[in-house]
Design a protein around this ligand. Structure first.
Ligand SMILES: Nc1ncnc2c1ncn2[C@@H]1O[C@H](COP(=O)(O)OP(=O)(O)O)[C@@H](O)[C@H]1O
Ligand SMILES: [Mg+2]
Length: 317
C-alpha cells in the first residue's frame, strides 16, 4: 500500500480572459513507504500543484482521477491523516524576533507536542547550538532547516518538501541535502522531495518520478530510471539528419534529434552506426560518444522527440 497515490489526476487553473492553464494532465504518481522519493521536473511541470492537491490546499479538476494520501482518499479522508504528514511547501513563517527554539516551542504547544520533541527536532536539523539565537539572524539555510524541524515536530510518517534548497547558498544546499539523506535513512519517515535539480535527486533520493508538462514520464529507482535512458548515447553530425534518422531507426537504433544533429541511444558499438549509414550512402561528419550524464538522461526523458517526424517513435531507449 503506497504512501502517496495519484491516478489520472488533472488540474486546470482558470485564468481571467485567457484559456485555462493545464497544470496536471492525467498525472499518475506512486510513492511507496520508506526512503526518499524524488519528484523531478523542470519549473512549471506541476510539482507544486501536485503537492498542493495532495495536502488539500487546491482541488483537482472535478471528476478527475483518484488521490490517496497514507491510504485515505483526498480530500474526504484528509482529517484522519493530515496529522501524520509534515510539509514544507513555502518558506515557513516564523517570528523574526524570537529564537528558533521559542518558535518551535510555540508550534509544539499548539500541536500538543512535547518540549522534549522540540529539542529532538533541533538536534535532527543540527540547530541545537544556534537554537537560542533570534530567527532573523539565521542564514537562509538555517531558516530552511528550522522549517524542516517544524515539519518534523509531529513525527510525521510522510514528510513533503517542495524544492527545499531553492535560494540557498552552496553550504546551505549541502546541509539541507545531508539532512534529507539522514531523514531517509532513519526509516520512520517517508520523504517526498520535489526538485528541478538532477544532481540533487541523484545525491539524495532512492526512487524518482519525473514530471514533464503535468505528466509522469518515468518512475522507479533512481539508478534504473536515469541509467536506462542516459547511457551509451552517441551524437551523430550528418548533412541530412532526417534521412539518417530514418535509416538508423529501420536498422533498429533508437534515435532522437539533438540540435541539428542526431542522438542515438544505448549504443554498444558506435562503428555500427558508421556502417549502417555508409550502407545507405550516407557519410557522417562527426560521431561522438556522450558521457552518460544526468542532463542528457533528463532531456532524453522529458525532451520533445517530434522534430524527426512520426518516424521518431524510437526515443524510448
Ligand atoms: N495559481 C495559479 N494560477 C494559474 N496558473 C498556475 C497557478 N499555479 C501554477 N500555475 C501554472 O501551472 C503550471 C504548473 O505549475 P507548478 O505546479 O507551480 O509547477 P512546478 O512546481 O513544477 O514549478 C505552470 O504552468 C504554472 O504557470
Ligand atoms: Mg514549484
Amino acid at each position: 500500500m503506497p504512501a502517496v497515490q495519484l491516478t489520472a489526476v488533472s488540474k486546470s487553473y482558470r485564468r481571467r480572459g485567457r484559456p485555462p492553464q493545464k497544470a496536471l494532465d492525467s498525472l499518475d504518481l506512486l510513492v511507496e513507504y520508506g526512503g526518499v522519493h524524488g519528484f523531478l521536473g523542470p519549473n512549471g511541470s506541476g510539482k507544486t500543484t501536485s503537492i498542493r492537491i495532495l495536502l488539500g490546499l487546491v482541488a483537482a479538476d472535478s471528476g478527475s482521477g483518484e488521490i490517496r494520501l497514507l491510504d485515505q482518499p483526498v480530500p474526504d479522508g484528509l482529517p484522519d491523516v493530515i496529522g501524520a504528514v509534515g510539509a514544507l511547501v513555502e518558506t515557513p513563517l516564523f517570528f523574526p524576533g524570537f529564537s528558533g527554539r521559542l518558535n518551535l516551542q510555540l508550534l509544539a504547544e499548539a500541536a500538543g507536542v512535547s518540549r522534549a520533541r522540540v529539542e529532538e527536532c533541533l538536534e535532527l536539523v543540527d540547530l541545537t547550538d544556534r537554537a537560542a539565537d533570534r530567527f532573523k539572524g539565521y542564514s537562509l539555510g538555517m531558516k530552511q532547516r528550522l522549517g524542516i524541524a517544524a515539519a518534523l515536530l509531529k513525527e510525521p510518517r510522510l514528510l513533503i518538501l517542495d524544492e527545499p534548497s531553492n535560494g540557498l547558498d552552496p553550504a546551505g544546499i549541502r546541509d539541507v541535502r545531508e539532512l534529507i539523506r539522514r531523514l531517509g535513512r532513519d526509516g520512520r519517515t517517508t520523504v517526498l522531495l520535489s526538485s528541478h535539480l538532477l544532481p540533487e535527486i541523484q545525491q539524495v533520493c532512492d526512487s524518482v518520478s519525473i514530471l514533464a508538462r503535468g505528466r509522469c514520464v518515468a518512475s522507479g529507482p533512481v539508478g534504473e530510471v536515469l541509467a536506462s535512458r542516459g547511457s551509451g548515447d552517441v551524437i551523430v553530425h550528418i548533412g541530412d539528419p532526417a534521412t539518417a534518422a530514418g535509416v538508423l531507426q529501420r536498422a533498429g537504433f533508437s534515435v532522437s534529434p539533438a540540435e541539428g544533429a542526431l542522438m542515438v541511444h544505448a549504443v554498444d558499438t558506435p562503428s555500427d552506426i558508421t556502417r549502417v549509414l555508409a550502407g545507405a550512402g550516407l557519410y557522417l561528419e562527426e560521431l561522438r560518444r556522450v558521457t552518460p550524464d544526468l542532463e542528457s538522461a533528463f532531456l532524453a526523458i522529458t525532451g520533445d522527440p517530434s522534430i524527426t517526424g512520426p518516424a521518431a517513435g524510437g526515443t524510448q531507449a
